[in-house]
Write a protein that binds this ligand. Structure first.
Ligand code: SAM
Ligand code: SF4
Length: 484
């Protein structure tokens, strides 16, 4: 029996996993990189930056060297390189999405999260299917096309069946051709069978964060509940990929342990997935701890990450895995977000709320978001974010084409690596942006956005330009949801 088959069988059996897991998160090796003083050498760091400009990625120890950067000159060189690589592969596009919280009921006890079971001050709420529909209509009317469904872990309130019914309801909403076209999901890890069932509802990316890859820290942060099992969580992506989910998203919650350890371990996880399944994670998320109600680790992060180190680690991730999407949420405030777009972020949430039912309730000024998971740093509406990013020279994209055109997993990566992503993504991005401007943007954003769009169109090579113009013509004559 080959190793993958053996591993795959073992991964379906929860009780046997833990003996097999630590072979891909190698703490000893990561610590040896962090402690290696040779990796502080500035001329070596400069050489690694030069190599990384080829957009072919860098090794774990090279990433370790870049995480040691401390001089202002090298910081600038690192940030410049990350920006260059991002622009070469992704151009100036920023893909937009919103989270939709289905339930804050949770049986786990993560010390950083307001949803934890021991937080008795949090009012628990699980949306009904009709409430989900109302929330989706609200988001569709803002102009959103991509959602991330989020839920606490609960055997009844967030079972696969419940999540599946929620996904079906989300996709069923259609407001004059406007609808949610990609549903990504961030829910507790499942068995291979569970992931197969989840996949059957037509999900985009399955996303879950390891929170911390550091075993002892993980144990101290997850005191009880199913999530206390480190191995079950860190092998979630294996099971998801084996179940046929092509696009998986990983992440770490920064602030729980040394950011260098977390970044290197997350990269080790990435390299392992790539080597084992022929495709790495579709996205990497970089949430940073925010204050949360009755969550001691969030109120006083044990390893708080300052803004400069945060920017550095994002730049290092961009250089290490040039083709992987990097997601930045509204946990960060607008100023920090603007600064981080520069070093390689490719997807952002906007107009987010982090409690079930809060989109509709936000229309009612008297109701406060008492049920939220953590405090947000960016409270702007989608329109305000769109206007801002355009002003900074980024192209807002509402594209959902790849997943619907079967360009997922290794097919997406091949496209990205061959440098062809721009030929497909730019026309799709421009057309979906035009759709947003036509249907949803208020006057000022519409005016600015149309000028921006025209400028972007002029910059395109002839083939992409004429392709986009034809798509926009169809849009102007009333057709919706145009992509290729
Ligand atoms: N309950 C599932 C889980 O834990 O995997 C689903 C996702 S949970 C609702 C979403 C994510 O929010 C967590 O994975 C965690 O990284 C993040 N999170 C929790 N508390 C946070 C806090 N105080 N600040 C920032 N992010 C937080
Ligand atoms: Fe529950 Fe997820 Fe919050 Fe942990 S992070 S308490 S599992 S909702």
């Amino acid at each position: 029996m080959n190793t993958i088959v053996l591993f795959s069988r073992l991964l379906t059996d929860r009780s046997k996993i833990k003996n097999y897991v630590m072979n891909f998160i190698n703490e000893e090796y990561i610590n040896s990189i962090i402690e290696d003083n040779r990796l502080k050498d500035e001329s070596m760091q400069r050489e690694i930056i030069a190599k990384a400009l080829n957009a072919k990625g860098i090794s774990l120890s090279e990433a370790g060297a870049l995480l040691n950067i401390s001089s202002p000159e090298l910081y600038n060189e690192l940030f410049h390189a990350a920006k260059t690589v991002k622009e070469r592969i992704y151009g100036n596009r920023l893909v937009l999405f919103a989270p939709l919280y289905l339930t804050n009921a949770c049986v786990n006890n993560c010390l950083y999260c307001a949803f934890r079971t021991d937080n008795k001050d949090l009012e628990r709420r699980s949306l009904t299917l009709d409430e989900i529909e109302e929330e989706v209509k609200f988001l569709v009317h803002q102009g959103h096309k991509r959602l991330l469904l989020v839920a606490g872990e609960h055997p009844k309130k967030s079972s696969v069946k419940v999540i599946g019914e929620a996904i079906e309801r989300v996709y069923s909403v259609n407001e004059n051709g406007n609808n949610i076209r990609r549903v990504n999901v961030n829910v507790a890890p499942l068995s291979v069978e569970g992931f197969k069932e989840l996949n059957s509802f037509g999900i985009g990316t399955y996303q879950i964060f390891q929170e911390t890859y550091h075993f002892d820290t993980y144990k101290s942060m997850h005191v009880n509940g199913p999530k206390a099992d480190y191995s079950w969580r860190v092998t979630a992506m294996d099971r998801a990929l084996q179940a046929g989910i092509d696009d998986v998203g990983i992440g770490a919650l920064f602030g729980l342990t040394d950011y260098r350890f977390e970044t290197l371990a997350m990269l080790q996880h990435t390299f392992y997935l790539d080597a084992t399944y022929g495709v790495g994670p579709h996205t990497i998320s970089i949430p940073r701890l925010e204050p949360a109600l009755n969550a001691p680790a969030a109120l006083q992060p044990p390893f708080a990450v300052d803004d400069l180190s945060f920017k550095k680690l994002i730049a290092v991730i961009r250089l290490a895995v040039p083709y992987t999407g990097i997601i930045l949420s509204t946990r960060e405030n607008p100023e920090v977000r603007r600064d981080l777009f520069e070093v390689g972020v490719s997807q952002i949430s906007a107009g987010s709320k982090t409690s079930p039912g809060s989109y509709l309730e936000s229309k009612d000024a008297d109701k406060k978001p008492e049920l939220e998971q953590f405090q947000l740093g960016d409270h702007r509406t989608l329109d305000e974010v769109v206007k801002d990013v355009c002003g900074l020279g980024y192209l807002p994209s509402f594209c959902t084409a790849c997943y619907r055109s079967n360009r997922t997993g290794d097919r997406f990566m091949e496209l990205a690596k061959s440098g062809n992503i721009g030929k497909i993504c730019v026309p799709n991005a421009l057309t979906t942006f035009k759709e947003y401007l036509t249907d949803f943007a208020p006057g000022e954003t519409k005016k600015l956005g149309m000028e921006f769009l025209q400028n972007e169109l002029e910059k395109q090579p002839e083939a992409a330009k004429s392709k986009t113009e034809k798509m926009i013509e169809r849009l102007d004559s009333g057709e919706r949801d145009i992509y290729f």
